[in-house]
Design a protein around this ligand. Structure first.
Ligand code: NAP
Ligand code: ZN
Ligand code: ZN
Length: 352
């Protein structure tokens, strides 16, 4: 039997139930495990989609959280990458088969035998389902733990573990490069980090937002141009102009309006996951040999590369720190787009 310790966490027990304090078990570190005291955990819109079963039935209790930064408190006797006291991160996955073609290509998020996501995936050690970062502590195999530079702002770095890699990976894949016109749609947690990363890659960045209050602010985040996407006149000026668009919108919207902004051979990558299907008009694509693609987070190796890239370019998230006791209000504000630009939970509040 695997030895366990009981730790405090926050989660919910049904789609329509609020999040509340729970106790969960964590395994004692096995030889390849790293035990981490969680300092900060970002709140991703995926946490909310999952907690509320918006993408289909969730396994309850659900303890979300996959933007984790913390300190190593113990390591198994075969761990060689980390030692007690190191600052580390955990993102959206904690294991995969390590043998399939995609694991071997460092794309563990597409593991053929099923990626073990940080929450809501089958837990092969304890049975049941994995629990995420809204908790005091987590135990993760060293191969799925990221190194975080001691010099960065740890709370503002936490969101990079999901928002950072999810936007960095497709921009690398589609070779976003200096001089290209890049559009970012939806200036939330993912979108605001995407603006910063695209700028650091040398692109000319245009932010598309539905929120009047973000219209000017997007420039402070680094955008060269901002467009109020509800205004057809402003949108029309960008028809056929963009090489690449990253769409990070969490709700139903008209993607044809954005496909029409692509140049010939341009690509729009969906990273946002609205629960409803998005209709695509054939002419939006065939009219300019355009591509519509999707992308899911990024592999562990690329996540480390992204963290190093962001540390080098001084990129962190703009955050609003909260105590975990106010998480349900934070979720409601997230639904209303009322966050600038990522909530991060100060996990010390769990001890209150
Ligand atoms: P977020 O902070 O809530 O940002 C979403 C943004 O979408 C909002 O700030 C808003 O931007 C825009 N938006 C919201 N409702 C809208 C509507 N009805 N019409 C048009 N625009 C709307 O969410 P997030 O954490 O960045 O996540 C964004 C999406 O990406 C979520 O669906 C999440 O599940 C998904 N996600 C995917 C991956 C992946 O691997 N592919 C990873 C992480 C998250 P404006 O105010 O600027 O319009
Ligand atoms: Zn996420
Ligand atoms: Zn695999």
């Amino acid at each position: 039997m695997t030895e366990v310790t009981n730790v405090k966490a926050y989660g919910n027990e049904a789609a329509d139930a609020p999040l509340k304090g729970l106790n969960i078990n964590r395994r004692k570190p096995t030889p390849h495990d790293v035990e981490i005291d969680i300092l900060f955990c970002g709140i991703c819109h995926s946490d909310l989609h999952t907690a509320r079963s918006e993408w289909g039935p969730t396994q309850y209790p659900c303890v979300p959280g996959h933007e984790i930064v913390g300190k190593v408190t113990a390591v198994g006797n075969h761990v060689d990458k980390f030692k007690v006291g190191d600052t580390v991160g955990v993102g959206c996955m904690v294991d995969s088969c390590r043998e399939c073609q995609y694991c071997k290509e460092h794309k563990e998020q597409y593991c053929e035998r099923g990626t073990i996501f940080t929450y809501g995936a089958p837990d092969k050690h304890l049975g049941g389902y994995t629990f995420g970062g809204y908790s005091e502590r987590i135990v993760v195999d060293e191969n799925y733990v990221l190194s975080i530079s001691g010099k960065v702002d740890l709370a503002a770095t936490a969101p990079l573990l999901c928002a950072g890699i999810t936007t960095y990976s497709p921009m690398r894949h589609f070779r976003v490069s200096p001089g290209q016109n890049v559009g970012v749609v939806g200036i939330g947690g993912l979108g605001h980090v995407a603006i910063k990363i695209a700028k650091a890659m040398g692109a000319h960045v245009t932010a598309f937002t539905t929120s009047e209050s973000k219209f000017e602010e997007a420039r402070r985040l680094g955008a060269d141009e901002t467009v109020l996407s509800k205004d057809p006149e402003q949108m029309a000026k960008y028809a056929g102009k963009l090489h690449f668009i990253l769409d990070a919108v969490s709700a139903k919207h008209d993607i044809n309006a954005y496909l029409n902004l692509l140049r010939v051979d341009g690509s729009l990558v969906l990273v946002g996951v609205p629960p409803e299907p998005l209709p695509v008009a054939a002419f939006s694509l065939i009219g300019g040999s355009r591509s519509l693609a999707g992308s899911l987070i990024g592999g562990i190796k690329e996540t480390q590369e992204m963290l190093d890239f962001c540390a080098e370019h001084n990129i962190t998230a703009d955050i609003e720190m909260i105590d975990i006791q106010t998480i349900n209000e934070a979720y409601d504000r997230l639904v209303n787009g009322d966050v600038k630009y990522r909530f991060v939970i100060d996990m010390a509040s769990l001890k209150k």
